[in-house]
Design a protein around this ligand. Sequence first.
Ligand code: HEM
Length: 486
Amino acid sequence: VILKKLVTQKSLPPPPGPRKLPLIDNLLDMPTEKEWLTFAAWGDNWGDIVSVSVFGQTMIILNTAKVAAEMLDKKSSIYSDRPILQMGGELVGWKNTLVLLAYGERFRNYRKLFHQTIGTPLAMEKFHSIEERETRNLLRRILQRPEALAEHVRRTAGAIILRISHGYEIAERDDPFVNIANEATEQFSLSTTPGGFLVNLVPPLRHVPEWVPGAGFKKTAALWATTLARMADGPHEFVKKQMAAGIAEPSFTSSLLEEPDLTPDREHDIKWSAASLYSGGADTTVSAIYAFFLAMVLHPGVQKKAQAELDSVVGNGRLPSFSDRDSLPYLSAVASEVLRWHAVTPTGVPHRVTEDNISEGFLIPKGAIVISNVWKMLHDPQVYSNPFVFRPERFLGPQPEPDPREIAFGFGRRICPGRVLADVSVFISCAMSLAVFDISKMRRNGVLVEPKADQTTGTISHQKPFECVISPRSPKAVELINVEEF
Ligand code: HEM
């Protein structure tokens, strides 16, 4: 019976997809820009599950949330590994961080640490005051130099994450930890793009010695490995010193280092999960919050409605806080719509399947890389009416459309472990900014400058830079931003 099952299983077809050439397979079909658009077009042509391959490596592309749930959620015990990336993962060492960590014991340990410290709304409550304080700093920076919005949003995200991960307060300019983290994350992008280094496409090249001509990538890898090590070690050592002096601020790292019987192995896990917090958490929330400002420029009607809600619930004598969230349904819908309208990770993060299995009537081979077209799922007209329109109302009323958080944060055992933190950051930024600022189109020589929604290619994708005017709503708003004691 088992043999028969195996035979039928093996004889099932893989999911359909574009025709392959000998040896290189679909290499020439693979998009190099905005992959999600090509993947969506393949979906229209071939169905919800598409398969392609390059040099024998199968890739399965999922275009609906329904199949992603069927496969990545329901069969999570075999769909939760990550691809092995030679340059970024193996040689530079990003496989030590959660996002590229292989499925297994250590993976479960890191996930537990995340869950325990920032995994639930209750656990996150202890960080609400940091979020509120740092977001007020964001308002202050915007008030002073509104034209540098993107820079301010980035600085604030870094400040929040480093405070939560290590209880570290960043310097206003040229902070050493922020600089090293920026350098390391830039190198992460460079080293993990499939086409960036030949060794990513031809793995045996990693064994070539450094002195062989053409093996310069090994020197680069060694250099980048030291940047990564410094990014993980610096803040970790800072916390240990602060703890020894008895002055450590409560943080992800300090609370975990307090454990009795700390083994070196355990300390390794704590250090690298804290580094994963930074690398996973800074650029992503930046992308969402920057997109929020664009959405407000483009949709003054939505902005007015959210402000009217804020004025009636919170008034103008104080800034909104987390305790107001339940009384601000429209604003909460705005935050949800930001996460839907702008896909921060348009093609998610790839999973790797560890066993042959049958899904939706197709054979999915062991070792296949599974890519969720998150962008398409968030703009699926079967699920979201007029998906390209920014309309928070879709989440209100008797028949709300599905919560985009079910898609935007990925699937199964790899679902984003920072999603509660992300949600808190996005909500408070929307609430506090709309309470004090009007965000509108720039006028140049009497003509309104119309920004356009358009996002960059990349695992973490950003709205392209746009111009706008951000001005305080009233003298009272300026006062609230500048209050000292907060
Ligand atoms: C709007 C903001 C964010 C979005 C849209 C987002 C989205 C995602 C997605 C789609 C994944 C991949 C899930 C999968 O493999 O199926 C992921 C993984 C991850 N995210 Fe987030 N994320 C956000 C914010 C954050 C924050 C604030 C943190 C840290 C505090 C964080 C840390 C991570 C980590 C460490 C992983 C890897 C998890 C693993 O491989 O097990 N993310 N995120």
